[in-house]
Design a protein around this ligand. Structure first.
Ligand code: SF4
Length: 331
């Protein structure tokens, strides 16, 4: 029903009779996902709040389209969450929904119940890609809903996917740029995972949908991560989080439990590459928690440079943060 991750209290609200049939979604075929009752949610919040530091966590309703579920059920859930906001035991309530399920009325309800952040599943900013994947909404819907959410003072999050049916690396990058132009507070990037029991699965198995390779997907996502960071937009998720469903039901596409680290490793590799143009021995200093990212998954960056006659030694340096690096050629 729900679980704690980091300092958030996440409550999974499943499909709930969603009328859409997005190409990548398998909620229609998942039989064991039943919606939690408001009473169950109340009990879960009480238990979770006892274990979490006061005022630092958020309650997150995620999974389905929160504003598209039965309105009475939605407000019953919010009734359970509201007291925690009022008392200051949690610092926010966030929910995720579809761009075509946002209007002024529902935003007013969310505001009254103390919701602080709304995330929209934009997925693509290309109408042809949206239509090919049966999203049932347009790019205009994303723009309109985003403007309304910002206007009403909510934190805005946008979610996008890469490698969808009929997309391309160029279209993915274009989507990221259009999303950045909206200036959301946060972004989640999900490389497409092809699940059993989905339209995408059928297209994949018939050979109609050929996803591009993992390396290309990782390079594109690294480009996007860098672009969003340069624009001060926080990328709060890169890659699907590990779950049994994904690992059991995946039949293709891009999934790796450490996908973000792979993308960050690519950015380190590019940066080190710019500063080690001639062969030899180099010391690369990075922040202590970036040592393994700089070395790359299974030390792939070290091997990559080795093949070019460049030997790099990575050392932790407490004065550096994030992806700052200092490169020195050893005499
Ligand atoms: S991904 Fe699409 S089909 Fe699945 S729950 Fe969301 S809107 Fe409905």
């Amino acid at each position: 029903m729900g679980k704690q991750r980091h300092s958030n209290i996440s409550i999974f609200i499943p499909h709930m009779g969603c009328p859409n049939m997005c190409s990548f979604c398998n909620q229609r075929t998942i039989s064991n996902s039943s919606a939690p009752s408001p009473r169950e949610v109340g009990a879960m919040l009480e238990k979770a709040c006892e274990q979490l530091p006061e005022g630092r966590s958020e309650i997150a309703f995620f999974g389905g389209s929160f504003t598209a579920v039965d309105r009475e059920y939605m407000t019953d859930l919010l009734e359970q969450a509201y007291p925690y906001i009022q008392s200051g035991r949690v610092r926010g309530i966030r929910c995720s929904t579809r761009p075509d399920c946002i209007d002024k009325d529902v935003l007013k309800v969310l505001k009254n119940y103390g919701v602080t952040a709304i995330e929209l599943g934009a997925q693509s900013m290309d109408d042809e890609v949206l239509a090919a994947n049966n999203r049932g909404h347009s790019v205009d819907d994303v723009l309109t809903a985003s403007a309304l959410i910002k206007e009403q003072g909510f934190e805005l999050g946008l979610q996008m996917m890469t490698g969808l049916y009929r997309s391309s690396p160029e279209k993915d990058i274009d989507t990221a740029e259009k999303i950045a132009d909206i200036h959301p507070d946060t972004v989640r990037i999900y490389p497409t995972v092809i699940l059993k029991g989905t339209r995408l699965g059928e297209l994949f198995e018939s050979g109609e949908y050929v996803p591009y390779g993992f390396d290309i997907a990782a390079e594109i996502c690294a480009d996007m991560l860098e672009m969003f960071e340069q624009k001060n937009i926080r990328v709060i998720k890169l890659g699907l989080h590990a779950s049994e469903t994904v690992e059991e039901d995946m039949i293709g596409g891009f999934y790796h439990p450490a996908f973000r680290e792979i993308c960050e490793g690519i950015l380190f590799r590019r940066e080190i590459g710019k500063r080690t143009e001639t062969g030899g021995l180099y010391t690369v200093r990075v922040s202590p928690n970036a040592v393994s990212k700089a070395a790359g998954q299974k030390k792939c960056n070290i091997k990559y440079f080795d093949q070019k006659g460049i030997s790099i030694k990575i050392c932790p340096d407490g004065t550096l943060k994030n992806r700052e690096i200092i490169v020195k050629k050893d005499e």
